[in-house]
Design a protein around this ligand. Structure first.
Ligand SMILES: Cc1ncc(COP(=O)(O)O)c(C=O)c1O
Length: 434
């Protein structure tokens, strides 16, 4: 049924991860619990580094840290030799705390504050992904003679990947970047190139997330190369690098059909080489920014079952001790998940249940429908594929403390983020304000 149902599981009937049975991990660390398979994350980093290669191209893999970025993750990414995409002062600060090499940071965002721009200049961040002309003016106002910064301009080539509307980012009305169809975009590029402290490195574009069609990546690469040619023809500027973003889809449920193998990466690189030949351009360096594909399948969330309820209209609910505060993607994107009773793996999972949490919202759904044995209070429910955009999107709604994150590998468990306590929730409340 799932990657984590290992040999040990078959013998004991208890789900294992990283060589450890998750029920004993729950006894040790409590619930809700984000559990991450460190070996799986490292495997994904190594896979992208190995496969995103072409004999005629220089390539770079950048981890999109918005998917999941405790300090330990930034350290792991540095150890695996990937670069890092950050999108806020907070993500940059986390990378700094992890001693991540600043020249390998790409700083994104459609509305960087003055403080964030100052921070990235002071920290020596290697590359800024510029969103618009206003931001360029704001950046220039902060530049000192000693500053040196590479700049990618985020452009919008109008490719629509088949994905959920909220996570498709390059439609012509996207809030991100500048359109390749707008003549003004070329003026912004010329303006970047004219600033002595800035190096116009090239273009960035990201067409959406959870993409399952190889053709989308291919079309994207071709559209960007066509614009590289336009820049060369009109401005005489050579684009040194193109960053094609992330969006590589993963399996959440059996219905998802992610791209198998690495052919889609090779095809994408091949179409860049072909376009360079057609337009007689120098080969640009090519970058990608996977987030979800590195961490999503490495994670599970473990909950304790509090109760089960069958409504008057015969709908079955399984109540767990988490909520939309630690699992927002179902409410936000109607994302689908599967779950299993981790202490009863061998029991027939045949009854449809809606898994819901303890938040005071009827939209507090963790899994809209999954097959389970009839759950009993004290059972442990595991939700699969929660490694991306779960911990990073967690909130304190209903004043619920955030769960800890534990990495498991080779029979050892390491806490990488501690469980929050009630006093963490009131830490910033001013008690004598009135
Ligand atoms: C600019 C950019 N790069 C990379 C990513 C990572 O996308 P994914 O996690 O789907 O690979 C995102 C996600 O929103 C993004 O906005």
């Amino acid at each position: 049924m799932n990657y984590y149902l290992t040999q040990d599981t078959t013998q004991t009937g208890i789900l294992t991860m990283g060589g450890l049975d998750v029920v004993s991990l729950v006894k040790r660390f409590g619930t809700p619990l984000y559990l991450m398979d460190e070996a799986h994350i490292r495997h994904q980093c190594q896979w992208f580094t190995r496969e995103f290669k072409h004999p005629q191209l220089e390539t770079e893999v950048i981890y999109a840290s918005k998917a999941f970025l405790p300090i330990a993750m930034a350290q792991l990414v540095a150890q695996e030799g990937l670069s890092l995409d950050v999108v806020s002062g907070g993500e940059l600060y986390t990378a700094m705390q992890a001693q991540f090499p600043m020249e390998k940071i790409y700083f994104h965002g459609n509305n960087k504050s003055k403080e964030e721009l100052q921070l990235l200049l002071d920290a020596g961040v290697g590359t800024l992904v510029l969103d618009n002309a206003f931001e360029l003016d704001r950046l220039v106002s902060l530049l000192q003679p000693q500053h040196q910064l590479k700049v990618l301009l985020r452009v919008n080539p109008g490719i629509e990947a088949h994905t959920h509307e909220y996570i498709a980012t390059t439609k012509n009305n996207s809030k991100f970047g500048l359109s390749v169809f707008d003549p003004e975009t070329l003026n912004v590029i010329a303006a970047i190139a004219a600033v002595p402290q800035l190096t116009f490195l090239g273009l960035h574009s990201h067409i959406g997330s959870q993409i399952f069609e190889a053709a989308s990546f291919d079309q994207h690469a071709s559209a960007i190369m066509a614009y590289v040619n336009t820049i060369h023809q009109t401005l005489g500027l050579e684009v040194q690098a193109i960053n094609l973003g992330g969006g590589f889809g993963v399996r959440y449920t059996a219905d998802d059909q992610p791209l198998e193998g690495a052919d889609y990466l090779h095809t994408m690189l091949e179409s860049i080489v072909r376009a360079a030949q057609t337009y007689q351009l120098k080969h640009p360096k090519v970058m990608i920014e996977p987030g979800r594909a590195i961490v999503a399948n490495a994670g599970i969330t473990l909950y304790e079952v509090g109760n089960a309820k069958t409504t008057h209209a015969q709908k079955r609910y399984c109540f767990v001790d988490g909520s939309m505060a630690d699992h927002i993607r179902t409410a936000l994107y109607q994302a689908r998940y599967t779950g299993i009773l981790a202490n009863r793996v061998h029991d027939a999972h045949e009854h449809p249940y809606t898994v819901t949490g303890k938040a005071c919202e009827s939209g507090d759904i963790i899994i809209k429908e999954t097959l389970l044995p009839h759950p009993q209070p004290g059972d442990v429910l595991a939700v699969f594929s929660t490694g991306a955009y779960h911990y990073s999107m967690a909130s304190h709604y209903n004043r619920l403390p955030k769960p800890p994150v534990v990495f498991v590998r080779d029979g050892k468990a390491k806490v990488v983020v501690e469980r929050e306590r009630f006093d963490d929730l009131t830490r910033f409340d001013v008690k004598d304000a009135l």
